[in-house]
Design a protein around this ligand. Structure first.
Ligand code: IMP
Length: 494
């Protein structure tokens, strides 16, 4: 965080794998308070502590620093089981006791039926499924919006809480079977999975065991309630006292429930606005929102991706254990002249393979149409990550407009005809799935190692030309760039 800024937010600008973690870690190091405002255990963030890699999903990034207060804001959906039995236990193993963790009393809790609904809804969607993380995120937000969700403060009133649980158990079973069409066998199989405590919340005759669920949550309440605060008041006082606050985003703008590629989105606001509703901090307190964008695009799993390099069949033969070395990629780049090969080079140099599954991630040219959305919704300040990944590329492209190839239709109050050009991002998969790049700005690759650059002036002229091109085509201001994997390989540009 720069000296003058008291409150900043860091959001993802694309589909969530832009490399935000590195910057949130960096900013967290100079923050008094780190707050998460949306999402939950669908997010994943690895921190290295004492040489050990810790996977955090609910806990904010400042947890390893005892002087930093970490807050789970009201806009999140909190799974107490993941927080207490995985994250807090793992942290305890490296002597982090989480005394510096606070939780909003208004946060909605993820309950066992939310994971069941997540799975049942996906099965019901068949080939149109969203590809959710199956952590119950969407169904927990459904209950919040329906005003029936269970909040952390409810655990303070055990009888009131128990009544709500019993009602939900009854209603959710009906929903799983009659609306989603799940079978009893499926329900029992899902309830016996490890994330449902291997059947502990299932009665002998195959129903939600409300009493067992109530007992588990009241037990967890004993650990969570002492950390419970009114976050809006806490932040108001901290702001007045001049504390530095980092608002830590999860996922990315193109996964935002309102502004993303609907319906292939998550269920929360990953945009800058989510920081306001998800914490209660008023807009005038926020000095700057940084959107993190990588120097090329990536996407995990299904969903439209206009600037994608290579087809699904081409990519499917690759895997993390057949990853090419940097030298092999450099060699391949000398003769590369097709989309798939350019995409493959990016994937292998950057190691764009899923951390759990080893599945290759989809890669593509920088998409200025998508980045314009980030500038429109979050503001102009961009942090550009993974710039060094482009070092070996002989040429670079920035997509500046899409061509719509689908049938004539209407969108946003206007006619949309086949072959129409679009310069604004269509926030709907119905339209985006038919969008292909119509125009590219072309750049010559710098083909030299930039990982030792420490300031803007050190960068090759061709790299500066690419950065200027990104700014011109998107209207953004690139504030900071990353030129290597380790934490110190970043510098402010402006
Ligand atoms: P959900 O958030 O589990 O409901 O999943 C909805 C969509 O968001 C799916 O396509 C997920 O793959 C995607 N998603 C959710 N969280 C993340 C994330 O942290 N990074 C990347 N994709 C995510």
């Amino acid at each position: 965080m720069s000296g003058k800024e008291q409150v900043i937010g860091v959001c993802g600008a694309a589909w969530g794998d832009e490399g935000k973690g590195k910057f949130t870690d960096e900013f967290a190091g100079s923050s008094d308070i780190v707050v998460r405002a949306q999402g939950g255990c669908n997010a994943g963030h690895t921190v290295v502590f004492d040489g050990k890699k810790l996977k955090l999903s609910n806990v904010p990034s400042g947890i390893a620093n005892p002087g930093t207060i970490n807050i789970i804001g009201n806009g999140m959906v909190l799974d107490p089981q993941v927080l207490i039995e995985r994250e807090m236990k793992d942290l305890a193993k490296v002597s982090i006791n989480c005394e510096n963790l606070l939780i909003s009393g208004d946060v909605n809790l993820i309950m066992p039926w939310h994971r069941i609904l997540d799975r049942a809804q996906e099965v019901a969607l068949g080939k149109n499924k969203i590809g959710t993380t199956a952590r119950g995120i969407g169904p927990a937000y459904m209950d919040k919006i329906a005003r029936s969700g269970i909040r952390l403060n409810d655990l303070e009133a055990p009888e009131f809480f128990a009544e709500k649980v019993k009602k939900h158990c009854e209603q959710k079973e009906k929903y799983v079977f009659s609306v989603c069409g799940a079978t009893k066998e499926q329900f029992i199989e899902w309830m016996k999975l490890p994330d449902q405590r291997g059947g502990e919340w299932l009665t002998a005759d195959g129903h939600f065991d409300a009493e067992a669920i109530i007992r588990s949550y009241l037990e967890w309440g004993k650990i969570l309630l002492p950390r419970c605060v009114d976050v809006r008041v806490y932040l108001r006082e901290a702001y007045k006292a001049g504390k530095k606050i980092l608002l830590e985003g999860a996922q990315g703008l193109l996964l935002d429930i309102d502004h993303g590629t609907f319906p292939f989105v998550t269920s929360s606001n990953c945009c800058a606005g989510g920081f306001l509703t998800g914490t209660g901090l008023p807009p005038h307190c926020i000095d700057r929102i940084y959107s993190v964008m990588s120097a090329y695009m990536t996407r995990v799993g299904a969903g439209p991706f206009p600037t994608e390099l290579g087809t699904e069949e081409e990519i499917s033969v690759e895997s993390a254990d057949k990853r090419m070395s940097y030298e092999e990629c450099k060699e391949l780049a000398k003769t590369a002249n097709d989309d798939y090969t350019y995409g493959k080079i990016l994937r292998h140099i950057a190691g764009e393979f899923g951390t759990v599954t080893g599945r290759p991630r989809r890669t593509g040219w920088f998409d200025a149409v998508a980045c314009r959305l980030a500038v429109t919704v979050n503001g102009p300040d961009i942090i550009l990550s993974k710039l060094d990944i482009l070092d070996v590329m002989p040429k670079l492209r920035i997509c500046t407009a899409y061509r719509y190839t689908g049938p004539a239709t209407r969108f946003n109050g206007k006619a949309l005809n086949t072959n129409d050009e679009l310069t604004e991002f269509p926030t709907d998969a119905r339209i985006l799935r038919y969008c292909v790049p119509a125009r590219y700005a072309e750049f010559k690759g710098w083909q030299e190692d930039i990982t030792n650059c420490t300031c803007y002036e050190d960068l090759p002229e061709l790299t500066k030309a690419y950065l200027k091109g990104l700014e011109k085509e998107t209207g953004c201001t690139i504030r900071k760039v990353s030129v290597g994997a380790s934490r110190e390989k970043t510098f402010f540009v402006k």
